[in-house]
Design a binder for this molecule. Structure first.
Ligand code: NAD
Length: 440
């Protein structure tokens, strides 16, 4: 099938590449000419394991192409996938400017038989708005399909080929049949529903996962107060199949390009109806202050951070990606800088992406190896549980740091091993947080 993907971010580029890999003829279109030139050279503008290899193979077979102009990409029978961003507006709602611009852009190429697929995460009712926008511009209403994306950055290729389900929402049987054909090679269960329910499924899924995270973080606080261990509690409740063991890792809360903005967008959707979502308000409230725990914990050991060298291990919002959008590291670094600390930060992948997100980027020393980050540091904070951090030789911490203090925001180190190595170690909701001297 001929497929055009509009927007080649984390979702569009992965989707387009995967659709080419299963044999479709795909053209990815992006406004960003620099990105397009890079992708034509077989280089991915984002870090995503396995993506570049697939881009190159499918490029070589002539199944995957990149354009800046829709006119160069669209054929009469092309299925048009919209995968542009839907960032957060100031009031928390989803900003639909890119979506509506894309709708106006494709309007001249739409005919009666055109299927337009919305992959972007959009508020309920947006597919109708896209169809209205296209119809106003060109007099033809395309067949709309909502096809929300559930990939996780860092394992996006795997998730695209081995996802739990593909959701298709449409009012047109003809369009549903086109979608079944496009996705048949993936052999993933397809769930078909109406267009608004499909739009809602994406928000409900992210809101539920965010709720799990805030819930377990609240339980971690409780464990600290009552001298219980959150790891044991997560394991013990996770064995209950009604609860499930995933998304029960206590830590510094959720970040990234989806959970924060999607929960806020859902709250904004309720607000439009004159309603509130008190549960999601609470999920947000719990998450909003989570990052503060890192510096708070550090201040119980070093009571003054002025002039102290603090190493931040991990900048990306999670391992496996270079995405810095809403990464907790940004707020933690701001807080450390405000407390007078000298910050040096490590990330194996996200250093160049981080520069434009850190307000005091020039003041923060950034490294893509761990050792110089730890050198003569008075404390280290683990913000992203990169493999390189988890497998770190503990003698490196002990010998390179001025004072071997590690605050682990991801509970990714073994408390006993840290203690045995002579490291002053704190983590979240685990039974290792007392008996630590205050260094004055
Ligand atoms: N990133 C994720 O993990 C993820 C997962 C599931 C769903 N989503 C949703 O998918 C959508 C895209 O997210 P993303 O992270 O890939 O976005 P992104 O910001 O990384 O990429 C968007 C791309 O669209 C391009 N673009 C914008 N307007 C365009 C236009 N009119 N024509 C052509 N290109 C245009 C931009 O240049 C950019 O390259 C969002 O709605 C997001 O919520 C994202």
């Amino acid at each position: 099938m001929n497929i055009v993907v509009i927007g080649t971010g984390y979702v569009g580029l992965v989707t387009g590449t995967a659709l080419a890999e299963v044999g479709h003829q795909v053209v990815c279109v992006d406004l960003d000419a620099v990105k397009v030139a890079q992708m034509r050279d077989g280089k991915s503008p984002i870090y995503e394991p396995g993506l570049e290899d697939l881009m190159r193979t499918n490029g070589a077979y002539g199944r995957l192409m990149f354009e800046t102009e829709l006119g160069e990409a669209v054929k009469d029978d092309s299925v048009l996938f919209i995968a542009v961003g839907t960032p957060q507006s100031e009031d928390g709602s989803a900003n639909l400017d890119y979506i509506l611009a894309a709708a106006r852009g494709i309007a001249p190429f739409v005919n009666d038989a055109t299927v337009v697929v919305t992959k972007s995460t959009v508020p309920v009712g947006t597919n109708d708005l896209i169809a209205d926008t296209i119809a106003t511009a060109c007099g033809t209403r395309p067949m709309m399909v909502s096809n929300p994306e559930f990939l996780r950055e860092g394992s996006a290729i795997h998730d695209t080929f081995y996802g739990d389900r593909i959701v298709i929402g449409t009012a047109h049987e003809e369009a549903a049949s086109v979608m079944r054909e496009i996705f048949a090679p993936f052999a993933i269960p397809i769930f078909e529903t109406d267009i608004r329910s499909s739009e809602m499924i994406k928000y409900a899924a992210n809101a539920f996962l965010a709720t799990k995270i805030s819930f377990i973080n609240e339980m971690a606080d409780m464990c600290e107060w009552k001298d219980a261990d959150i790891e044991a509690v997560s394991a013990g409740i996770g064995m209950d199949t009604r609860i499930g063991s995933k998304f029960l890792q206590a830590g510094i809360g959720y970040g990234g390009s989806c959970f924060p903005k999607d929960t806020k967008a859902l709250i904004a959707m309720a607000r439009e109806e004159g309603a509130r979502l008190p549960l999601l308000d609470a999920v947000e409230t719990v998450n909003a202050v989570r990052f503060e725990k890192m510096v708070e914990q550090l201040l119980t050991i070093h009571d003054d951070l002025r002039g102290k060298k603090v190493a931040v291990l991990g900048l990306a919002f999670k391992p496996g990606t270079d995405d810095m959008r809403d990464a907790p590291s940004i707020k933690i670094i701001e807080q450390l800088a405000a407390a007078g600390a000298d910050v040096q930060a490590y990330d194996p992948i996200a250093v160049s992406a981080a520069r434009k997100w850190l307000p005091s980027a020039n003041a923060v020393k950034l490294y893509d190896t761990i050792e110089p980050t730890l050198l003569e540091a008075d404390a280290a904070i683990i913000v992203t549980e990169w493999y390189e951090v988890k497998q770190l030789d503990l003698t490196v911490i002990k010998t390179m740091m001025r004072t071997p203090i590690v605050i682990d925001g991801r509970n990714c180190m073994n408390p006993e091993q840290m203690q045995e190595a002579g490291i002053i170690y704190r983590s979240i909701g685990r039974k290792n947080n007392d008996k630590i001297p205050v260094l004055r």
